[in-house]
Design a protein around this ligand. Structure first.
Ligand code: SF4
Length: 342
């Protein structure tokens, strides 16, 4: 059974009884859910366990800093109709559902996701798909949320078929945490529902720590990749979870071993009550430098930052080249030594 209540967290040994009142205050404000697989992954003997940190509520979430905001990446500013975010010319987000199988404590859409916030209504979905059909520049539709894979195979397949019927849409991408948090729900029928004849489906998997990629999770991902669906990863750089080069190396290598190409390492967004998770950008850049020197190119994600206010995502990784006008350039090697380039 999914754990949703503070008392259930205590009963499962995921929090001490003296924290019950604090947990209740946090749970009143933000949704809580841990699947059995995630609860089983928590090392109860470790007070700093990186899995617990991602899913077990913390009283620090009740502190909102002045820079934090309900809509940190500015979805609302680019939402022409309910469920659609059209921020970049050639792609739209389609937010089908506002529920997830788990609720991550650092979620950038934490003000918008939670139980009771269900999927788009039939009329809203018609309007959203009408918007896609009416915009010939839309080459890619990205299903996000919430977690679109929480839908049944039948419902998800029906939506994907409708998207696929739009001639200009060539790519359908789904962002999900489900293969990690409920791997048994990646059934053959759900995998079949992701595909549409003549279109290319990508699945972007959200995971932040190498321990999340258990054998069952790897098998779930293999079911997707074996069906001919390429996978990419997305992770969030989180203090106390993966903010060291060794953990990031293991995480990125685990993705590659699963045939998942590391794609994004997000700088943590300014979501309310998440300051305890955020690193500085300089720390993120130093970690990327460490990875660049020691890990295969296949295992390099792009470190990206969403500019608050809806201005989009930009690469935030370290620079290696100083242009020197007519004198050429200075290029920094992986050991930090500047080399001349004519
Ligand atoms: S699964 Fe994604 S949308 Fe859902 S709570 Fe976690 S980060 Fe947020």
């Amino acid at each position: 059974m999914t754990i949703r209540l503070p008392a259930e967290l205590v009963a499962a040994g995921l929090a001490p009884p003296e924290k019950l009142a604090d947990l209740a205050r946090v749970a009143q404000r933000y949704a809580v859910a841990l699947t059995p697989e995630i609860a089983a992954l928590v090392d109860r003997a470790d007070p700093h366990d990186p899995i617990a940190r991602q899913f077990v509520p913390d009283v620090a979430e009740l502190t909102t800093t002045p820079d934090e905001r309900a809509d940190p990446i500015g979805d609302d500013a680019h939402s022409p109709v309910a469920g659609i975010v059209h921020r970049y010319p050639d792609r739209v987000l389609l937010k089908l559902v506002n529920v997830c199988a788990v609720y991550c404590r650092f979620c950038f859409r934490r003000e918008m996701v939670g139980p009771g916030r269900q999927m788009l209504s039939a009329d809203q979905l018609d309007a959203a798909l009408g918007y896609v059909a009416g915009h010939p520049e839309v080459w890619e539709v990205i299903l996000t949320g919430g977690d679109p894979l929480v839908l049944s195979a039948r419902r998800l397949g029906a939506v994907i078929a409708r998207i696929a019927a739009v001639a200009q849409v060539k790519i359908i991408r789904l962002h999900t945490r489900l293969p990690v948090v409920a791997p048994d729900r990646i059934t053959p029928s759900l995998v079949r529902a992701l595909k549409a004849p003549g279109k290319t489906t990508y699945v972007a998997l959200h995971a932040n720590h190498p321990r999340e990629l258990t054998q069952q999770v790897r098998s779930a991902c293999a079911r997707i990749v074996d069906a001919g669906i390429p996978m990419v990863s997305q992770s969030v750089l989180l203090r106390g979870v993966n903010d060291d080069a060794g953990t990031l190396t293991q995480l990125m290598r685990a993705f590659v071993e699963c045939r998942i190409k590391p794609y994004y390492l997000h700088h943590a967004d300014l979501a309310p009550g998440t300051a305890h998770f955020r690193t500085t950008i300089a720390e993120g850049q130093a970690l990327m430098r460490a990875l660049r020197g020691r890990v295969s190119g296949l295992a390099q994600p792009a470190y990206v930052l969403d500019i608050p206010g809806g201005y989009g995502k930009v690469p935030a990784g370290p620079g290696y080249i100083d242009m020197c006008g007519d004198a050429g350039a200075l290029v920094e090697d992986i050991n930090g030594v500047k080399r001349e380039y004519p």
